[in-house]
Design a protein around this ligand. Structure first.
Ligand code: HEM
Ligand SMILES: *[C@@H]1O[C@H](CO)[C@@H](O)[C@H](O)[C@H]1NC(C)=O
Length: 330
């Protein structure tokens, strides 16, 4: 027995080592993870998304943004979905998410149906990743498969959002550094920013560019002056009736496509973090290339970048849990 073990142990060690290394390399998510445990999982999510997004395309934009906000803060672990608890404000409460982040009800509906079909099986983190993919399909006919097997986190802190999510005031260099910390390249950052070809922004996210840019310029000179005039009309300076909203892409507001880059080229990007991608030498050429190439070339890269974003700091195996209700830990 002892000698047999001696013979086997180096081999076992090698096998264990190999398993560990390959697990690190792929972080152990895989396409079709629920194939046996919950065969209808992805179809259930898809149906909920299709129903909701047909009624209100803005919900699809919200869900794609939700996946980004989830993954950049504590990894793709559905920490974005946890409600604040007494004495502890969660990510949801941060001004970057509240009140603008939308689509929560779609995730909740899918989760309720999944709990009925296969209880305690499908994580909220995977539901967000599937739903973002289904939204990209619905709004941009962008196809991709989503590796799954994520587990749900148990912690969500408002302050983590400030430290990890880029604000719209950043320049290209700062955005590059922010994405690099999450393992995403400069090019992936530019590609993913194309998500701003759908959805809306509140005026407060960019009104400094219209009224109070810096001490020598009230208006951001990198913004087309006709566009700025249009935006000042839509975003009155001291709006009595609250924070107005405008489409991020005035040309095709509900179509996830590469028109975003054309807008930037025409100096009609809404956020500082959008227009800076044209102004910066390191990214300007990528913007111009995405503006003139076929929509499908950009779409393929967008799909790949979404999959990569979906791997950020995921919990797998016996880490975390499978939440029963996406809003609270078990
Ligand atoms: C590059 C850094 C980014 C910054 C600074 C940024 C910032 C913002 C801001 C300020 C808004 C408007 C929020 C509001 O005022 O209502 C917004 C909207 C949005 N963002 Fe981003 N974002 C970034 C990257 C991304 C990425 C990577 C994605 C997804 C892949 C994304 C998807 C969206 C979508 C879809 C909307 C519209 C949401 C809706 O209509 O509800 N953004 N973003
Ligand atoms: C204000 O912004 C413009 C355009 O970016 C720039 O040329 C100018 O130097 C800035 N002024 C100050 C005081 O920073």
């Amino acid at each position: 027995m002892a000698s047999r073990f001696k013979l086997w142990s180096p081999m076992l060690l090698l096998i264990l080592l190999f398993l560990n290394v390959s697990e690190l390399a792929t972080a152990s998510l895989r396409v079709g993870y629920y194939k046996h445990s919950c065969p209808s999982a992805e179809a259930i999510v898809k149906k909920a998304v299709q129903k909701a997004v047909s009624r209100n395309p803005g919900l699809g934009a919200g869900i794609i943004r939700m996946h980004f906000h989830d993954c950049f803060v504590r990894g793709c672990d559905a920490s974005i979905l946890l409600d604040s608890t007494p004495g502890r404000r969660s990510e949801k409460a941060h001004p970057a998410n509240n009140p603008s982040l939308r689509g929560f009800e779609v995730i909740d509906e899918a989760k309720a149906e999944l709990e009925a079909a296969c209880p305690n099986t499908v994580s909220c983190a995977d539901i967000i990743a599937f739903a973002a993919r289904d939204s990209a399909y619905k709004l941009g006919t962008i196809h991709y498969t989503v590796p799954s097997g994520r587990r749900d986190g148990k912690i969500s802190l408002e302050n983590d959002v400030t430290k990890n999510l880029p604000p719209p005031s950043l320049n290209a260099k700062q955005l590059e550094q922010n994405f690099e910390r999450k393992g995403l390249s400069l090019e992936e950052m530019v590609t993913l920013s194309g998500a701003h070809s759908i959805g809306i922004s509140h005026c407060s996210s960019f009104s400094n560019r219209l009224y109070s840019f810096n001490s020598t310029h009230n208006q951001d000179p990198s913004m087309d002056s006709n566009f700025a005039k249009e935006m000042r009309n839509k975003c009155p300076k001291n709006a009595a009736n609250g924070d107005h909203i405008v489409p991020l892409d005035l040309v095709t507001p509900n179509r996830l496509d590469n028109k975003y880059y054309l807008n930037l080229k025409n100096r009609r990007g809404l956020l500082t973090s959008d227009q800076t991608l044209l102004s910066s030498r390191s990214t300007g050429w990528m913007v111009r290339r995405n503006a003139k190439r076929s929509g499908s070339s950009w779409a393929n890269e967008f799909a790949d970048a979404m999959v990569k974003m979906g791997y950020i700091d995921v919990l797998t195996g016996n880490q975390g849990e499978i939440r029963k209700n996406c809003k609270v830990v078990n």
